[in-house]
Ligand binder design. Structure first.
Ligand code: ATP
Length: 588
């Protein structure tokens, strides 16, 4: 398949924000795609090469790409850098440089989509001393045969800056229309995606075998299931109103969510983002089977750092030490954990997603033999607001963040955030109702004690519809000295020469970052703002929303992608609730 078919489609998609048009462009592309290549095309559209859980990352650095463009276009590195600084996007720089190419080359090979994909996959797998040179050669060999437009999209894919403004749902809509004739079948594709976390494979099967093929998708060992997520509530009263007379309350522990797959002797662990994190927890791999009376199982647990002497839970931050490649054995004994089981999705060949919460919890209790290392998350059945309050108090005293409240007869809805699970945190109930997870988009240099580091960070929410990051506040409080060093270390590799086009901000910080890092913030209030762009025009024409007295809680939300950050819509809801409370009070 010619790569130009893809680059033409992407060009058209960049020119619109209308979901129907975006879907239609994808439908046309899928119809023109040979079946054997569909999975590759879907991964490219998602901006990846393989599903996340395989851990294959593109890994092309800006400098290297600039050298490759210079080589293929016959321009100097300096010239490419200049175009890049002016324009801010390496894809555009590549196409401009090729347009201006002075040397004429002989007729070239037409570039195929398969060649682009295969070359990028080779690049991703390169390691070792000479890998940088090899990567450069591979990219430049693609660019030698590419038209300027093709070069633009090859670079965007390689750099991870392809922003088509579509979410997985739009890709699934288009696949449903192209291969089953109706968008209404999207749900069936989604069910397959939820249990496999591999949209390329879903596409391949539906292209080959139509809807019948989707029956092949079951929960299966070592394929991560997309996690079920919770809605937040501000009070026990609100939870009671939503969940009715009787529901389950569990401690909400403050650790890392781990999906545990166990089959025979093999144990594989996945994070909330479905990355393979087995190497972070050799202690789970070694000890989990001792606590389970079964051989094949998929479980969910919260891994929590503990103080071994007192048994107390420690903050989530302690688990950051586990994210490393070397010396993990030392770290395991230095930062011990407990594994706290809260759900089961698969047991000895049987898919349990459609079993009710009550049935799943019962099975979990039946197969678990608790010990010092593996425990069941404490749970009770509650019938009144007061019982929720009491349990919440116990939870907080035990070092939890709050409670998870769960509908007794609800199935496990993989991949969905819904009201069958509610989360109730205490700390902020009287202020915003919860903390916010915000994306760091820029920074101002520090003064005094903070000289040489970032003193203040510029933060944003995520706008799902527009796929953009909208500024909501500057934050300079809540940082320890250690935090300041840590931020400098993490963020200096994310500095960009120009503002990423997905960022919308009325404020000009000293440096811009790739919107990647998510941190947790509390604040006293949400106010209208003439400067910040979060939810601009939604509440009042010309105004955005901003946080008043924001403070860093100390938590870097490493397990969250920027697209998992709090959204502008959530902030609008919080703003309205807050207004209601103020009105209620003033009416009294
Ligand atoms: P948060 O920022 O509150 O951790 P989240 O977006 O990661 O939220 P939610 O589904 O909204 O995920 O909240 C549930 C999270 O709380 C889970 O991802 C999990 O890591 C954690 N957790 C702790 N205890 C439990 C429990 N008993 N049941 C389910 N999740 C739990």
């Amino acid at each position: 398949m010619q790569f130009s078919l893809i680059s033409d489609t992407f060009e058209k998609m960049e020119a619109t924000t209308k979901r129907l048009e975006l879907t239609q462009h994808l439908v046309d592309l899928f119809k023109a795609t040979p079946r054997e290549s569909i999975s590759k095309i879907v991964y490219l559209i998602q901006g990846k090469l393989r599903p996340d859980f395989e851990g294959i990352e593109l890994g092309v650095a800006e400098k290297l790409a600039i050298r490759a463009i210079a080589k293929s276009s016959g321009s100097s590195v300096k010239k490419i850098q200049d175009i890049f600084v002016e324009d801010g996007d390496l894809g555009h720089a590549a196409s401009k440089a090729l347009e201006q190419k002075t040397q004429t080359t002989f007729i070239k090979q037409q570039i195929t989509a398969e060649r682009v994909y295969d070359t990028l996959l080779k690049i991703a797998k390169l390691e070792g001393a000479r890998s940088q040179d090899m990567k450069m050669k591979y990219i430049s060999s693609l660019l030698n045969d590419a038209t300027p437009q093709e070069a633009k999209f090859i670079l965007k894919i390689a750099m991870g800056t392809l922003r088509l403004g579509i979410a997985d749902n739009t890709v699934m809509d288009a696949l449903a229309i192209a291969y089953t004739g109706s968008r209404t079948n999207r749900e069936k594709l989604e069910a397959a995606y939820n249990v496999s976390s591999d949209l390329g494979r879903v596409a391949e099967i539906v292209a080959e075998k139509n809807l019948d093929g989707l029956k092949e998708f079951h929960v299966s060992l070592f394929s991560p299931i997309r996690p079920m997520l919770a809605e937040r509530v501000k009070s026990a009263k609100e939870a009671e109103e939503k969940l009715g007379k009787e529901f389950a309350a569990e401690y909400k522990l403050d650790g890392e969510r781990v999906q545990i797959h166990l089959g025979g002797d093999k144990v594989v662990l996945f994070s909330r983002r479905l990355e393979n994190i087995t190497s972070h927890y050799p202690d789970i791999v070694e000890n989990i089977t001792k606590a389970l009376k079964t051989e094949e199982i998929i479980l969910e647990a919260e891994a929590v750092a503990i103080n071994e002497n007192t048994g107390e839970f420690l903050p989530f931050q302690e688990l950051m030490h586990r994210r490393r490649k070397y010396n993990i054995d030392r770290i395991v004994s230095q930062y011990p954990i407990t594994v706290n089981l809260f759900d089961i999705m698969y047991l000895n060949g049987k898919d349990l997603l459609n079993s009710t919460y009550e049935e799943r919890r019962k099975k979990l209790e039946d197969i678990t033999v608790e010990n010092e290392f593996v425990k069941l998350v404490p749970k009770i059945i509650v019938r009144s607001e007061n019982e929720v309050e009491d349990f919440l108090e116990n939870g907080i005293n035990a070092g939890c963040e709050g409670l998870m409240l769960k509908v007794l007869d609800a199935p496990y809805r993989a991949g969905a955030r819904g009201s069958n699970w509610l989360k109730l945190k205490r700390e902020y109930r009287n202020e915003l109702g919860d903390s916010l997870d915000l994306v760091v988009i820029g920074a101002f240099f520090g003064k005094g004690r903070r000289t040489g580091r970032y003193g203040t960070l510029l933060l944003s929410t995520y706008n799902q519809e527009k796929d953009t990051f909208e500024s909501i506040c500057k934050v300079g409080t809540g940082f320890t000295d250690e935090n300041l060093d840590q931020f400098y270390q993490i963020l200096s590799s994310k500095v960009t020469l120009k503002k990423n086009p997905r960022i919308e901000s009325g404020m000009e910080p000293d440096v811009w970052f790739e919107p990647e890092l998510v941190i947790e913030i509390v604040a006293s209030e949400i106010t209208l703002s003439p400067v910040h762009t979060c939810a601009k025009d939604s509440v009042r024409k010309g105004s955005g929303l901003a946080l008043r007295f924001p403070k860093f809680t100390g938590k870097i939300r490493d397990e969250k992608a920027p697209e998992d950050a709090s959204t502008d819509q959530e902030v609008v809801t919080l703003y309205k609730n807050q207004k209601k409370v103020t009105q209620d009070v003033s009416e009294v």
